[in-house]
Design a binder for this molecule. Structure first.
Ligand SMILES: Cc1cc2nc3c(=O)[nH]c(=O)nc-3n(C[C@H](O)[C@H](O)[C@H](O)COP(=O)(O)OP(=O)(O)OC[C@H]3O[C@@H](n4cnc5c(N)ncnc54)[C@H](O)[C@@H]3O)c2cc1C
Length: 463
């Protein structure tokens, strides 16, 4: 039956849209989860427009075939990994920037457009898309579906704050639109926001209307070494409250700093005696309209961190700042190469980070594990690399860690999503009434549970 069904789909779509068997590209069969579940799908389908997506989904509904939507596969929680009984629907070929409106500050893109493509398309317009989840090969469709965050969220907010409207396709092939190129609307339920962060479980996004921001001409990166991580996490709420509005406010612990700078071959000019004492670094990017404003902000920041016990303050000139930010993005690869068994991204209220990280250090010790990290500390979003090869011990440690984050009012994942990897703690720690409402919403969109099954709310084991 499945072979017949695939033949029917091939006939229904233009040539070259359906790949199965040996011609499937192995790159389309995984994401960047550290816990890949390797299954070969029936086929990978590459639609090139909304109508082809609609036809594919209508076909899947007719035959009861699961569909896993996929952007660039840079996700970190097993959100886009294939299931053996279904197809992967790759949006990678829907990669056209459809419109850039510099007067309304709006861009309209297909979902397969990557952050890098969008950045290139906006070159010279004076505008940019401020969401910066580091991995620039990620697609806008993937960003929307994970509600991607990244380093600039402390000033600009996450993906949610920059999406004005969507076109999407329901599992039965019905195409619908939400929102539009306007910055406000009080007109009914906000389906745009409902789809953002839904991890491909409600509908397939086929077009995205984005809000752009003016690019600030003056910027600098300030690197501040501290003798303890605690001092950094304590000073962060003060920096946020200062009105300096940093566009990046990150912490990097000493191990991660050593890893990312040596991987990037980067010498930041930190004096030897300072480096010897520094156990963690604060990285602050300031952006303003004029040089005079920038100089004033640098001075204000320096006073603030000095009062908080900074070992020194380095204003990184020229390309050093951007290089450090780029190197920081490599933290994931450094942790992976070092053999991290898990990388998690708990979020807690910003002012609770010092207490939370102290608890995490205690947990690591009690569970005889090792935890290193860095993170979007301005957002209370800490990225922790967990080293503990024993699955049972690691699970016990992570259960405790997630529970501590949630008890503070936080969440299991701040930006990477739940996918398959964090399903257990997410379902365990979520309010049951809230989960019941989420399941009811899922049922409205996808009563047969065909769209991105076996993750997020769907506990059925993999086939
Ligand atoms: C080195 C590195 C650094 C990273 N840093 C950050 C960071 O700082 N912040 C952050 O938030 N993330 C970060 N990420 C994670 C990743 O880049 C984001 O999760 C990104 O949003 C994923 O986009 P993608 O196109 O690769 O999506 P995929 O991995 O392909 O898919 C992600 C999810 O979206 C769904 N999906 C994709 N496209 C569609 C669509 N068109 N319609 C419906 N569902 C769809 C998939 O089913 C899946 O559930 C990082 C990743 C790496 C490798």
């Amino acid at each position: 039956v499945t072979t017949d069904a695939l033949a029917e789909l091939e006939l229904d779509l233009p040539t070259g849209r359906v790949a199965s068997g040996d011609v499937v590209n192995p790159d389309d069969l995984h994401d960047e989860s550290l816990h890949p579940t390797v299954q070969t799908p029936l086929a990978v389908v590459y639609p090139q427009n909304t109508e082809e997506v609609a036809r594919t989904l209508a076909w899947a509904t007719r035959h009861g075939i699961p569909v896993v939507p996929r952007g660039s596969g840079t996700g970190m929680s097993g959100g886009a990994t294939p299931v053996a009984t279904g197809i992967v629907l790759s949006l990678a070929r829907m990669n056209t920037v459809l419109d850039i409106n510099t007067r309304d500050h709006v861009a309209v893109v297909q979902p397969g457009v990557t952050l890098r493509d969008l950045e290139a398309a906006l070159e010279g317009t004076g505008l940019y898309y401020p969401v910066y989840p580091g991995e620039l090969s990620g697609s806008l469709g993937g960003n929307v579906n994970t509600n991607a965050g990244g380093m600039r969220a402390v000033r600009h907010g996450v993906t949610r704050a920059h999406i004005l409207g969507l076109e999407a396709v329901q599992i039965d092939g019905t195409v619908f639109r939400t929102g539009g190129p306007v910055v406000k609307s009080s007109s009914g339920y906000d389906l745009t926001q409902l789809l953002i962060g839904s991890e491909g479980t409600l509908a397939v996004v086929t077009e995205i209307t984005l809000r752009l921001s003016p690019r600030m001409p003056e910027r600098t990166t300030v690197l501040v070494p501290f003798a303890t991580l605690h001092e950094i996490t304590e000073v962060v709420p003060t920096i946020v409250a200062s009105g300096l509005q940093p566009s990046i406010l990150e912490y990097i612990d000493i191990l991660t700093m050593t890893g990312v700078t040596s991987r990037a071959g980067l010498d930041l000019g930190v004096a030897e005696d300072v480096a010897a004492k520094a156990m963690a670094y604060l990285v602050v990017v300031l952006e303003t309209r004029t040089r005079a404003q920038l100089d004033g902000d640098i001075e204000a920041l320096a006073t603030l961190v000095d009062d908080a016990g900074a070992l020194d303050v380095y204003v990184l000139e020229g390309s050093a700042g951007p290089k450090l930010i780029e190197a920081r993005e490599g933290a994931f690869w450094v942790a992976k190469e070092a053999g991290a068994h898990d990388i998690i991204d708990v979020v807690v209220p910003r002012a609770s980070v010092p207490g939370f990280l102290a608890d995490v250090a205690d947990m690591a010790q009690r569970h005889e594990s090792f935890i290193a990290g860095c993170g979007h500390v301005g957002d209370g979003n800490v990225h922790l690399s967990v080293f503990q090869p024993d699955v049972e011990r690691r699970t016990a440690l992570l259960d405790e860690l997630f529970a501590a984050g949630v008890a503070l009012g936080g969440a299991v994942s701040g930006e990477h999503g739940i996918g398959r990897d964090k399903q257990r703690p997410f379902l365990m720690l979520s309010n049951p009434e809230n989960l019941a409402l989420q399941r009811a919403i899922k049922h409205v969109f996808d009563p047969q549970q065909l769209l991105n099954p076996h993750r997020l709310l769907d506990e059925r084991p993999l086939p």
